[in-house]
Design a binder for this molecule. Structure first.
Ligand code: ATP
Ligand code: MG
Length: 397
């Protein structure tokens, strides 16, 4: 960090910065402009006492990303203070340490997003902290002004805090959203500085890192048409979202989704040949509709060629078309994600399924199976008993 000894007004913005994004930077710049700040110090938190430290990216990566972002503004800087301090870090200690580095009587401002204000009263020595610095609270979409005003009033009344509200054009970006987008391979361009975007890509942050799966991905992509690969990416995204929403394992959801259609575009004759060679049982209905076999073949390819051993994953792939008697959470997630992934063009019942997907999983899966049934009957094709058993099972829940 550059020398602060000539600074009269310094703003500190603490955060996990996992990763830093344009919401942080726009907030910091608004405060800098409003109060004529000489230097904004971005302060990545070490082991955040309020966040599960195992779930937070390595300090060094967060520090470097913050430094890259700060490099884009001559008045911004980054500090290692909290990262290098042993044990938990407290803002009051940080403010004192920064104060000691500035000109005597320098004014210190603490930059806080609207969501953070309510926590200040539970930080260490709030009375002392709020006597040492002013707080610049930046509005943040999703946080009501009403509770913000009451939190601000409380800090003023209780501690005599000097606290200012800075209204900003809404930037509904959060680090959580950025991490989720990277996991789902959605673009983060223009949401974070370009240098941060490049760093994330280069270090493979926030992705599922597994070299066998990287290889598998190339295989799956090359064996599918562009349209079906896009569908697969859609199923990956939706499965990850559903897994998060229902507390299923996101890694398993990703692997199941990646492989689910990998044999879909195999010719029917080849499907039958594959099943004969791999000892996959083909019943009469499947003989008439070899397309049903792709689920079983895809599971076998995942097992045989990519060492996917997990039975839960393999079964979710196997039964993603028909469903089965006692469906697991992962089975339901994959079957539903297949039907509602974001790139699907509208078809009967799609909106209905989407409306239920994140509130009533069983109901959404039943609608999904019913819609498949309707379609099969319309085409005068026989319905597979597995689907009927699946529906019976789910209706009873
Ligand atoms: P996460 O989603 O991991 O909680 P975050 O985006 O909230 O991350 P933090 O590092 O937790 O980022 O936040 C650091 C500070 O920046 C907090 O005071 C937070 O309120 C503020 N902040 C973050 N994003 C915005 C935004 N889009 N607009 C205004 N303030 C923000
Ligand atoms: Mg946050």
């Amino acid at each position: 960090m550059k020398d602060l000894s000539s600074c009269k007004r310094v703003a500190i913005m603490g955060g996990t910065f996992d990763p830093i994004h344009h919401g942080h930077l726009a907030a910091a710049e608004a405060v800098r402009h409003r109060f004529g700040i000489d230097r904004v110090v971005l302060m990545p938190a070490g082991r955040p006492p309020h966040k599960d430290s195992d779930a937070v990216t390595q300090s060094e990566d967060r520090y470097l990303m913050t430094a890259l972002a700060a490099a884009g503004n001559p008045l911004f800087d980054v500090s290692r203070m909290e990262l290098d301090r042993p044990g938990a870090s407290y803002t009051v200690d940080t403010v004192k340490e920064v104060m000691a580095m500035c000109q005597r009587k320098a004014k210190i401002y603490l930059i806080s997003g609207a969501d953070t204000v309510e926590h200040i009263k539970s930080w260490k020595n709030p009375q002392e902290l709020l006597s040492l610095c002013s707080v610049a609270v930046v509005s943040r979409p999703g946080y009501s002004f009403k509770s913000l005003h009451s939190n601000i009033k409380h800090l003023k009344d209780e501690y005599g805090a000097k606290i200012y509200l800075i209204e900003m054009p809404a930037l509904g970006i959060s680090s959580t959203e950025i991490r989720d987008r990277v996991l789902k391979r959605l673009p983060i361009k223009y949401l974070v500085p370009e240098s941060v975007e490049q760093y994330i890509a280069k270090q493979g942050l926030y992705r599922i890192n597994d070299s066998i799966l990287d290889e598998a991905e190339l295989m799956v992509q090359s064996s599918l048409s562009e349209k079906r690969w896009r569908h697969t990416l859609g199923v990956i995204q939706e499965s990850l979202s559903l897994a998060r929403a229902y507390g299923a394992d996101q890694y398993k959801a990703y692997v199941a989704a990646l492989f689910h259609d990998c044999s879909k575009e195999m010719a029917n004759d080849d499907k039958l040949k594959f099943c004969a060679e791999a000892n996959i049982k083909v019943d009469d209905i499947m003989k008439k509709q070899p397309d049903l076999l792709h689920s079983f073949i895809s599971a076998e390819i995942a097992r045989r060629d990519y060492s996917v051993k997990d039975k839960e994953i393999l079964n979710a792939i196997r039964y993603h078309t028909t469903g089965r008697k006692e469906m697991t959470l992962l089975d339901k997630i994959l079957l539903l994600a297949d039907c509602i992934e974001p790139y699907r063009e509208d078809y009967g019942h799609l909106e209905e399924m989407k409306a239920e997907a994140y509130s009533n999983l069983n109901k959404a899966v039943v609608i999904c199976l019913e819609s498949k049934l309707e379609y099969t009957k319309k085409k005068n094709k026989p319905v597979h008993p597995l689907s009927l058993e699946a529906m019976d099972g789910l209706r009873g829940l």
